[in-house]
Design a protein around this ligand. Structure first.
Ligand code: NAP
Length: 328
């Protein structure tokens, strides 16, 4: 069977680019501290399942930068033969190196960071480059002009923004349109536990013809069976990885209770909780792709079964809303 038989590919906004319904994120489990063989197998299994899009950023690891080095090594050891079948993204905008040019949204930071990412991954260009977060102190025009420049220099094919609120997204899209480099995609956090995008952002993206790829749609594992019986030693929360990863102390009893209640509902639907949580995000047709974070192959194969999930009935959606409210 071909790797392209099972996956669905969705048009990214009004662009020519198709993205897989599920993409692989390399924020955690691909750093220098992680097992290289496992990382390589996860990337290859993903590609074999039709996942053509791999999402990185300058600071993924730990240590920061090491996920790009890992991915570069995987490319060099064979995957590079498939470069024209891959969509590779990177980002800059979170703290990466010392001094005043090591984060945020200046031209100095963004250009230097992209150069570093290309070197670490040993590639000539990325398919998508994102400004990773809005910078309140740099003129938006400067950050957007820099994204446009990257495309003109051939170092990025498309550009996007991440975690921009609805109003600033609209402004960024307008600036990029004026420059002649349309905004391809927005990357926001979106899950049952964090629904901020429903409050305006998704409408803006839809109106402007910009795609949407969501992150932490399993709330870093909270919306899976991972924590329903406590915090396993081999989980992200127990690992003390830093760099924004969920920590044991952050997990609240109401969240464990919610995960248990949702897990029961998922079982009634004949699904794992991860599958139900992913299908829930994808119920909104404005979502182009969902980024999966995985630490092991079984998780990837489990999550991908969400592709086969039947639609939610109105009663089921109401039941989920009620569970979210009861356990908030
Ligand atoms: N733009 C941004 O600012 C931003 C921020 C964060 C993330 N991202 C992107 O989004 C990607 C995904 O984010 P995320 O890693 O937080 O995603 P996530 O899908 O919410 O969480 C991933 C974690 O959930 C657990 N898991 C995944 N599938 C499972 C399954 N089927 N059954 C049981 N447990 C499962 C694993 O935990 P264990 O590790 O404990 O096994 C896994 O590491 C990142 O890699 C990155 O590319 C972007």
């Amino acid at each position: 069977m071909s790797r392209y038989d099972k996956m669905h590919y969705n048009r990214c906004g009004l662009s020519g680019l198709l993205l897989p319904t599920f993409s692989l994120g390399l924020w955690h489990n691909f750093g220098e501290i992680d097992d290289y063989q496992n990382a390589k197998e996860l990337v290859h299994l993903s590609f074999d399942q039709g996942i053509t899009h791999f999402d990185l950023a300058n600071n993924y690891g730990p240590p920061p930068g090491s996920a790009e080095i890992t991915f570069g090594k995987i490319l060099k050891e064979g995957l590079m033969n498939y470069r024209d079948e891959l969509i590779i993204s990177s980002k800059a905008g979170w703290p990466m190196w010392d001094g005043p040019y090591g984060d945020w949204g200046s031209k100095k930071h963004l250009m230097a960071s992209l150069e570093q990412s290309l070197k670490r991954m040993q590639i000539d260009y990325v398919d998508i480059f994102y400004h990773h977060r809005p910078d309140p102190n740099t003129p938006l025009e400067e950050s957007m002009r820099t994204l446009d420049l990257m495309v003109r220099q051939g170092k990025a094919l498309y550009v996007g923004i991440s975690s921009y609120y609805a109003a600033e997204t609209k402004k960024a899209i307008a600036i990029l349109n004026d420059l002649g480099t349309p905004c391809l995609i927005h990357q926001p956090k979106y899950s049952m536990l964090d629904r901020w995008v429903e409050d305006g952002l998704l409408n803006v993206l839809d109106e402007e013809g910009v795609g949407c790829i969501t992150f932490s749609s399993l709330a870093q594992g909270l919306l899976t069976n991972r924590y329903i019986n406590g915090i396993p030693k081999d989980s992200r929360a127990a690992s003390g990885r830093g760099n924004g990863a969920i920590e044991s102390g952050q997990i609240q009893p109401n969240e464990i209770a919610l995960a248990n209640a949702l897990n029961e509902m998922a079982q009634q639907r004949g699904q794992s909780l991860a599958q139900m949580a992913l299908a829930w995000v994808l119920r909104d047709k404005r979502i182009t792709s969902v980024l999966l974070g995985v630490s092991r192959k079984e998780q990837l194969l489990d999550s991908l079964k969400a592709l086969e999930a039947g639609p939610f009935s109105q009663e089921e959606l109401t039941q989920i809303d009620q569970l979210l409210q009861t356990h908030s």
